[in-house]
Design a protein around this ligand. Structure first.
Ligand SMILES: [Zn+2]
Length: 103
C-alpha cells in the first residue's frame, strides 16, 4: 500500500528544491505499524534530487483513552481493548501524527 502522505511530502520537498541533508519526520506509532516508511522513502526518492537526503524518524508513542472508565493506556499492536475494564471503544489521543519537524 502506498502512503500518499509520504508521496505528498516528497513532492513538496522536490518543489522546494531543498538543500537540506537530513529531514526530520515525526510519525505516530500507530501509523508506523502499517507503513514501511523507510522503504517507501527510498522508492519515492530514487533518481530524484532527494536521493541522498537522510530521513530521520521520530516516533510519537500511541495513547488511547477508554471511553468507559477513562483509563489512558498504551495500546498494543492492533489492540483496542481496555486493559482495565475490557471494553472496546477507545479514543485515540496520539499515535496518528505525521508531520515534518523544524530543524
Ligand atoms: Zn476501560
Amino acid at each position: 500500500m502506498k502512503n500518499s502522505r509520504l508521496a505528498l511530502l516528497v513532492q513538496q520537498l522536490l518543489a522546494q528544491s531543498s538543500s537540506r541533508e537530513t529531514i526530520k519526520l515525526a510519525v505516530g506509532e500507530l501509523l508506523l505499524h502499517e507503513m514501511k516508511i523507510e522503504q517507501e522513502w527510498k522508492e519515492l526518492t530514487t533518481s530524484t534530487p532527494l536521493e541522498n537526503m537522510k530521513l530521520n524518524i521520530r516516533v510519537i508513542p500511541a495513547q488511547q483513552q477508554c471511553m468507559w472508565c477513562f483509563l489512558v493506556y498504551h495500546p498494543g499492536e492492533k489492540e483496542t481493548i481496555c486493559p482495565q475494564c475490557r471494553s472496546v471503544g477507545a479514543k485515540i489521543l496520539s499515535g496518528e501524527e505525521f508531520y515534518l519537524e523544524a530543524d
